[in-house]
Design a protein around this ligand. Structure first.
Ligand code: PBG
Length: 352
């Protein structure tokens, strides 16, 4: 291993230095800058999150996600949004649902009449298989306790039971596949969730339905606006006994490897912006595994709030953030900016 100092001395001696070499030559013409750009953003790499709620009469604006709405599961507006996205080149969607009724088990999560199941059936009926429909698999929005699995009293306090929870994820996944989901996306961070879901899907005959796993999902404060939208904060305790510790980078590689062995088709790092090192580590460790990154609600709101102050250029920030996530190594980005970014990339508003 040569020291960078030795490198520099050698390069300078060979003539690779100023004035023969001028790095700025590649930065003069915007066309040349694009020609040699190492990272390219394309709307086809975005996944747009969608929210549906049982019993809604009309779309409801979300205060934590300005510009986004909750939709009635079988609404014209929802289909129009998907169709607008398709026109802009955004072809992948991730649906979250709020049920009309919550209980300990979160049984609405696997009901054929659940909000997400109905929304998927409606989208399929109206637009066929053109959009890629992914569905979040979790219990936190469906249970009265707000945890992603089943809490149980133990001598050491309340713990979230792992193995009963992943059984439920299997049931949820099969009901989403029945409704017409292309991919299911387990976000509960229970051990063995991918294996349990793969087994359940295969036994039900849904071998073609894929799994995008939230493999390295951190216990993060950046989920605040999302939990407000979904009313899915845990009613007691927190999620630190299942979501990852923000202090860990290499553990993400372990989580991703476990999921890959269990049969995940796409793995994910979440959040994205404060975890670019994790994205990079995972991509370099297992480059052949498709990697998604979730540019979460708090990250989105941060930019919106900064823009509201009038001191930053929103479009520049948005494209810079998305570019950083791609540059770090993400193949796909789940982002609330998807439509705005697709629009900006189409117009000449891009700073690049
Ligand atoms: C549910 C889930 C969460 C998010 C996606 N799925 C929140 C959480 O773990 O509390 C967060 C998404 C976002 O903040 O945009 N397990």
């Amino acid at each position: 291993q040569r020291s960078s100092e030795a490198w520099l001395r050698e390069l300078a001696a060979s003539g690779f230095s100023f004035p023969r070499v001028r790095a700025r030559r590649l930065r003069i013409h915007p066309g040349v800058r694009s020609l040699v750009a190492e990272t390219r953003l394309d709307p086809s790499m975005f996944i747009l999150p969608l929210f549906v709620e049982d019993g809604l009469k009309s779309p409801k604006p979300l205060r934590g996600l300005p510009g986004h709405y909750k939709y009635p599961p079988e609404s014209r507006e929802l289909v129009e949004l998907v169709s607008r996205a398709l026109d802009l080149g955004v072809r992948n969607f991730l649906i979250f649902g709020t049920p009309g009724m919550r209980n300990f088990e979160g049984s609405e999560a696997w009901s054929p009449r659940g909000p997400v199941q109905r929304a998927i059936r409606f989208i399929r009926g109206e637009m066929g298989w053109k959009p890629v429909v992914m569905a979040d698999v979790c219990l936190c929005g469906y249970t009265d306790h707000g945890h992603c699995g089943y809490p149980r009293e133990t001598p050491r306090g309340v713990l979230i039971e792992n193995d009963r929870s992943i059984e439920a994820y299997g049931r949820v996944s099969v009901s989403l596949a029945e409704a017409g989901a292309d991919f299911v996306a387990p976000s509960g961070m229970m051990d063995g969730q991918v294996a349990a879901i793969r087994r359940a899907l295969d036994e039900a005959g849904y071998t073609e339905v894929g799994i995008m796993s939230y493999s390295a999902k951190y216990a993060s404060g950046f989920y605040g606006p999302f939990r407000d939208v979904m009313d899915s904060s845990p009613r007691f305790g927190d999620r630190r006994s299942y979501q990852m510790d923000p202090r860990n980078r290499f553990e993400a590689v372990k989580e991703v490897l476990l999921d890959a062995v269990e049969g995940a088709d796409i793995v994910m790092v979440k959040p994205a912006l404060s975890y670019l090192d994790v994205i990079s580590e995972v991509k370099r460790s297992i480059p052949w595994l498709p990697l998604a990154a979730y540019n979460v609600s708090g990250e989105y709101l941060m930019l919106k709030a900064a823009a509201e102050k009038g001191l930053v250029d929103y479009e520049t920030l948005m494209l810079e953030v998305l570019t950083s996530i791609a540059r770090a190594g993400a193949d796909a980005v789940i982002t609330y900016h998807a439509l705005e970014a697709a629009e900006a990339l189409k117009s000449s508003k891009t700073p690049f």
